[in-house]
Design a protein. Structure first.
Length: 256
C-alpha cells in the first residue's frame, strides 16, 4: 500500500513539474533531479526503517514474552522457597517445643533417679557381704554427685536396675558361701553360710561344732551363735551340696 502511494505521489510530482522541468535551464534541471533523487532516497530509507522496526518490534515482543515467562518461573520458585522456609520454621518450632518438654521431663527423672540411687546405695549397705561383692561393680558406677556426673540417664538407670535384679535373684534363691566368722573366743573360723533369700541365714563349720543364725536387722546382718544346732545346720548344708541323702532338717527361722 505504501509502495502504491509512493508511486502515485511520484507520478503526480512528475506531472506537476514535468512542464516546468522542460522549460528549466540545465543547471536548474540538475538541481531538480538531485532533489528528486534525495526525496526518493528518503522515502526508500523511511520504508527500510519501517521494515526494520517491524522486525525489531517482533523480536522485542518475543523477548518480552520470554522475560515474562522467566519472571513467572522466578516468582514460582520464590513462593515455593517461602513455603519450604515456612514449613521448616514450623518443624523447628515443633522440635523446640518437644525438646523443651523432654528437658523438663529429664529434670524430673534426674531428681527421681538421684533419690533412687541414694536408696539403692543405702540398701546395698545392708546386703550380705557375698551379694555386696557381686553388685560392687555397679555400685561403684553410682555417682557421688548426681548433678555433676557425665553418665546419661539411661546408664544410671541401668546401674540401679542391674543392682535390684541381682538383689531380687538372690532373694528368690538359696545360696551357699564360704565365709569367716568369729566364734565365742573371738577367733575367726571358716564356715559355710546357707542364705535362704534375704530373710535368714545359717552357718556352721566343717565339723558341725560351731554354728549359728543370721538375720537382717537395722541395715546390717545380726549373727547369733547357736552351737546346739550347729550339727543340724551342717547336715542341711551337706544335703544342699548333695553329699548327704535328702531329708527334713528342722532349723529355727526368726525374721526381723
Amino acid at each position: 500500500m505504501n509502495s502504491i502511494h509512493t508511486t502515485i505521489a511520484f507520478a503526480l510530482f512528475s506531472a506537476c513539474f514535468g512542464t516546468a522541468i522542460a522549460q528549466t535551464t540545465p543547471t536548474r534541471m540538475e538541481e531538480v533531479r538531485a532533489n528528486i533523487d534525495k526525496w526518493v532516497e528518503t522515502r526508500q530509507l523511511l520504508a527500510k526503517t519501517r521494515s526494520e522496526w517491524a522486525a525489531d518490534q517482533e523480536t522485542l515482543r518475543q523477548s518480552i514474552a520470554l522475560i515474562e515467562k522467566e519472571v513467572k518461573l522466578i516468582d514460582d520458585r520464590i513462593a515455593q522457597t517461602q513455603e519450604t522456609a515456612s514449613q521448616a520454621d514450623r518443624d523447628r518450632l515443633v522440635l523446640s517445643e518437644e525438646n523443651e518438654r523432654l528437658s523438663k521431663a529429664a529434670t524430673v527423672v534426674q531428681t527421681v533417679l538421684a533419690d533412687l540411687e541414694r536408696q539403692t546405695t543405702h540398701l546395698a549397705a545392708g546386703l550380705p557381704l557375698p551379694l555386696q561383692d557381686r553388685v560392687m561393680p555397679l555400685l561403684k558406677r553410682i555417682p557421688n554427685q548426681p548433678d555433676q556426673t557425665r553418665l546419661s540417664i539411661s546408664e544410671r538407670m541401668q546401674n540401679i536396675v542391674g543392682i535390684l535384679s541381682e538383689v531380687d535373684k538372690f532373694n528368690n534363691a538359696i545360696s551357699l558361701f564360704t565365709e569367716l566368722r568369729k566364734n565365742s573366743a573371738d577367733t575367726e573360723v571358716q564356715v559355710k553360710t546357707l542364705y535362704v533369700g534375704l530373710g535368714v541365714a545359717f552357718f556352721a563349720d566343717k565339723n558341725g561344732e560351731y554354728g549359728g543364725v543370721g538375720v537382717p536387722s537395722g541395715g546390717s546382718w545380726e549373727w547369733t551363735s547357736r552351737p546346739e544346732i550347729a550339727s543340724d545346720i551342717a547336715r542341711a548344708i551337706a544335703i544342699y551340696e548333695n553329699t548327704e541323702t535328702a531329708q527334713f532338717v528342722k532349723l529355727p527361722a526368726t525374721v526381723k
